[in-house]
Write a protein that binds this ligand. Structure first.
Ligand SMILES: NC(=O)c1ccc[n+]([C@@H]2O[C@H](COP(=O)([O-])OP(=O)(O)OC[C@H]3O[C@@H](n4cnc5c(N)ncnc54)[C@H](OP(=O)(O)O)[C@@H]3O)[C@@H](O)[C@H]2O)c1
Length: 878
């Protein structure tokens, strides 16, 4: 009758009773409202949608201009608190004793207990009697406290105005403004009103803040995440550990085992029990630790308690108890230390202290006060790197590691940070000199998400997961992209969706996809729809990794992946097309749609090939009208830049399976519409009139994969797009040498002879062929009526063709042998019979390949043979 835990329970050390209790704590299977308001200020998300991969990052507070607010009407103001600001602001407030009451509490920097007591008194009145409360927070104390309170008491009107050297008049204005429910606003030093958002923080590495052998003090270092921190940093920085906690390892087997683990890991450490609430015991412990290990150079302050309770049930003592190991404990510690020698001070706070959580007002306030103290200390200790880390929940260690807590958090969309990721992130934060004093360290967390725009999850600057419904009803051009009867989403349309997601995530242009892997096509049902999910994750180096998944495979596997880069696209490299001799016979490129290309009218952009051979081409494309364009520009143009290459391998169907890089070079503004979203003006529109020019060159061919570089320019030669390392996979036969359009005969013959008779080095030139110096190619029979009597019948039995056709072959072979300097009297032996009527033969001196090719528009098939002397190296001549 209970739901399955969203996070795997840790059962190794659980008793049966603990397990039963844990199961009882799980929500009923039918009850989905259990955790709906567990994380302050956010709606519960329905389960965790999978992204590219799990991530854990540091975030810093950023400010944006706030929307102007109307005035809040007359109020009977009751002000309390401390600090200079409130006395200055009071006379500026429009006060009307007959109007409804409003409370304002002024918290000074690093507020003393009396100021906090005033805050608690006002907060109780606000939630009990519905009196609106504003906290003017000089610093960074009260955000989590107020947000958690608001989540616990949704009807209360609770506002925080953060001030830092703000003009008095601007603070009075902000106080007089109207607001509803829970609100936060910052008034900066210029008087501007700002809202705050958290944005991912770059952490450029500057090396460890401590030297090997230095002493690092970790409070709460005997268990939980303090222990994990100590263990990791001892190894990573080669520092010695001074550990402090309340418990005595002699009376606490779990603590004793933790310390044994550190010893086994080879850490140099000492643990001394002391109570952070008691200055004398802390001083004595530090004396002992420094006497044994040396002076303390770094501190990680992780001591804490957390006993959740509803706000109205909390006493002043509860608040004091939670503050004692945190802010007050830190003061006690610093009073007992030589702070001039400190180079690192890290305080462990919590996202609860930043964003709040029902039942955690006291814990939130303790964390907020500690964070504010760290902010002040950063000023007071200029030689010391001070960092407050507001951690998300950890899994695998610490106070969050209680089954029901993690489970509830996971249900609400929190991704708890595993120990290994947590300690690594801590080290990166501590090793970076850049950045603000206080950071949030978290994975997915509803409080960091943007809840608008229909995304499944969106953490600005980090992660976006969106879904799109694809159907031929909405995207009629899909009907023009049918392969073997199936509507297949073109690879370039998938890339467009990926670029669009990356652009939405970073707010920047998306003109380049690297490392593209098109692992599995997306098939759209003829009369239904296909849901694709696009998962984007911003890497810290600026690229966005994107995976496109589909409901056809339950969103479980990647169909398309790649990294979209927002950086300016690299310059286009020239792609050498075929030499001018590879000019092709007059033809209409559009006539190849059908026999060669599967694409319907919307995609038909090829005007004609100018030059064409097996390993490259130069083609002219219709620029079209970009009627369907996304962030990567004209969809049909982009598709043509792939499919036109098919003519180089006309007898095998090639489909794109990946690329090293796809780049849109032109820089016109992106339309951002995505495929199917109407006429676009995306990047890549040519400016010069006239056909677009495509050059393609095969750079590798291994097994079924052909790798091409492609460049598309406008008529004036301005690069529009390029593919570097476009991988096309041979997925099966095509054309089969039957009814081959004349323009394709050149690459068709060249491809086969490259495989069967590479020494001949055949190249199409001006509608005919060139071969290596001592090779020959013949397309007309020898004068002798039957050069090798009886041979034609034997060959016909092998090929299954009429004997007359075999005879014609042999006469062409004889002509070819003679032209290649062979002895036409020597009867050749058949080497092999291959697909599409290709045959190899050999004499004592020569190897020969023979083919019969049915060419469209010709009554008689083309019978040809090529011969090359055995052992002759492939050469250039014609
Ligand atoms: N775990 C999480 O998910 C999480 C999330 C966000 C923030 N944090 C923060 O990370 C820090 C460590 O948390 P944790 O999860 O590791 O907690 P924990 O497992 O409960 O450990 C807390 C540690 O603090 C020590 N401590 C408590 N009161 C003390 C006092 N008066 N004097 C000396 N030591 C005292 C405890 O020592 P004894 O056990 O010997 O009493 C223990 O070693 C805390 O600041 C917490 O707020 C944790």
């Amino acid at each position: 009758g209970r739901t399955v835990p969203a996070a795997p329970p840790r059962l190794a050390s659980a008793t049966v009773a603990a397990l039963a209790e844990a199961v009882a704590d799980l929500p009923h299977a039918h009850d989905t409202s259990d955790a709906s308001d567990a994380v302050a200020g956010t709606a519960a998300s329905a389960g965790m949608v999978e992204g590219v991969e799990r991530w854990f990052r540091a975030f810093a507070l950023e400010h944006r201009a706030a929307r102007p607010a109307g005035t809040g009407g007359a109020r009977a103001w009751r002000l309390s608190g401390h600090g200079p600001l409130w006395k200055a602001v009071a006379p500026l407030l429009p006060d009307d004793p007959s109007a409804p009451p409003a409370l304002a509490v002024f918290l000074p920097e690093d507020p003393p207990d009396q100021a906090v007591s005033d805050l608690l008194t006002a907060a109780r009145e606000a939630v009990r009697h519905g009196v609106p409360l504003t906290v003017v927070d000089h610093g960074d104390t009260a955000s989590g406290f107020l947000a958690g309170l608001a989540a616990e008491h949704p009807d209360a009107a609770l506002r925080r105005i953060a001030v830092v050297d703000s003009p008095v008049a601007a603070v009075a204005d902000a106080l007089s403004a109207a607001w509803e429910g829970h609100a936060e606003v910052t008034v900066d030093a210029s008087g501007a009103r700002l809202t705050s958002v958290h944005r991912p923080l770059a952490l450029p590495p500057d090396g460890p803040p401590l030297a090997p052998g230095d002493v690092l003090l970790v409070t709460g270092g005997g268990r939980g995440i303090g222990l994990e921190t100590a263990s990791h940093l001892a190894e990573r920085w080669n520092v010695r550990l001074a550990l402090l906690g309340r418990s005595d390892p002699g009376a606490d087997p779990a603590l004793a085992a933790n310390l044994r683990r550190l010893r086994d890991e080879g850490a140099t450490f000492d643990y001394v029990p002391a109570d952070l609430r008691d200055a004398r015991s802390v001083r004595a412990a530090l004396d002992r630790l420094t006497a044994r290990l040396g002076p303390v150079r770094g501190v990680v302050h992780g001591g804490a308690v957390n006993r959740p309770a509803r706000f109205l049930d909390l006493t002043e003592q509860d608040f004091a108890d939670h503050d004692a190991p945190k802010r007050r404990g830190l003061r006690v510690l610093l009073d007992a230390l030589d702070t001039a020698g400190l180079r690192l001070l890290v305080t462990y706070g919590s996202v609860i202290g930043r964003f709040g959580l029902p039942g955690e007002a006291h814990y939130a306030l303790a964390n907020g006060r500690q964070r504010e103290l760290a902010r002040v200390l950063a000023r007071e200790l200029p030689g010391c790197r001070v960092r407050n880390i507001d951690w998300t929940a950890w899994s695998g260690a610490g106070m969050g590691e209680r089954l029901a807590v993690l489970d509830t958090l996971t249900r609400t969309g929190v991704d708890p940070i595993p120990v290994a990721a947590g300690v690594r992130l801590l080290a990166r934060i501590a090793e970076s000199a850049a950045g603000p004093t206080s950071v949030v360290a978290a994975g997915r967390l509803p409080a960091l998400e943007r809840r608008t725009g229909g995304a499944l999850t969106h953490t600005p600057g980090v992660e976006l997961v969106t879904e799109h419904r694809l159907s031929s009803a909405h995207l009629p051009w899909l009907r023009d992209h049918r392969i073997d009867g199936l509507l297949v989403l073109p690879a370039v349309a998938a890339l467009d969706l990926m670029a669009r997601a990356a652009g939405e995530l970073t707010g920047g242009p998306a003109a380049c996809v690297t490392g593209g892997a098109f692992t599995r096509p997306v098939i759209v049902p003829d009369d239904g729809e296909r849901v694709v999910r696009v998962c984007a994750l911003a890497d810290e180096d600026g690229g966005v990794r994107v995976a496109l998944r589909s409901d056809e495979t339950g969103f479980a596997i990647d169909h398309f992946t790649g990294t979209v880069t927002a950086a300016p696209p690299p310059p286009a490299l020239p792609v050498p097309g075929p030499a001018p001799e590879a000019a092709v016979p007059v033809h209409d490129g559009r006539a190849l749609y059908g026999p060669l290309f599967f694409h319907g009218p919307a995609f038909q952009r090829l005007l004609r090939y100018e030059r064409l051979e097996a390993r490259g081409c130069r083609a002219l494309l219709d620029p079209g009208d970009a009627s369907v364009a996304g962030p990567l520009g004209d969809l049909f143009r982009n598709d043509a830049s792939i499919h036109v290459v098919q003519a180089c391998v006309p007898h095998r169907r090639l489909l794109p399976v990946g690329c090293d890089r796809f780049t849109v070079h032109a820089t016109a503004t992106a339309s951002g519409g995505g495929p199917g979203h109407g006429p676009g003006h995306g990047p890549g529109h040519g400016h010069a009139d006239g056909p677009l020019v495509l050059t393609a060159r095969e750079r590798a061919h291994h097994g079924a994969d052909h790798t091409y570089d492609v460049l598309l320019t406008d008529a004036s030669g301005t690069p529009l797009l390029s593919w570097t390392g476009l991988r096309l996979r041979d997925v099966g036969p095509l054309l089969d040498g039957h009814g081959l359009p004349p323009v394709l005969v050149g690459p068709y013959v060249q491809r086969h002879l490259d495989d069967l008779l590479p020494r001949a080095a055949v190249r199409p030139v001006h509608g005919g062929f060139a071969v290596a110096g001592d090779a020959a190619l013949a397309t007309a029979p020898d004068g002798s009526p039957d050069p090798w009597p009886g041979e034609a019948d034997r060959l016909a039995r092998l090929t299954g063709e009429p004997p007359a056709r075999s005879l014609e072959r042999l006469r062409t072979v004889a002509a070819c042998l003679r032209a290649a300097g062979g002895d036409a009297a020597e009867r050749p032996a058949v080497g092999g019979v291959y697909e599409n009527g290709w045959v190899t033969l050999r004499t004592g001196t020569h190897e020969i390949a023979s083919a019969v090719v049915t060419v469209a528009g010709r009554d008689a098939p083309l019978v040809l043979a090529a011969a090359a002397r055995k052992g002759t190296r492939k050469g250039a001549g014609t």
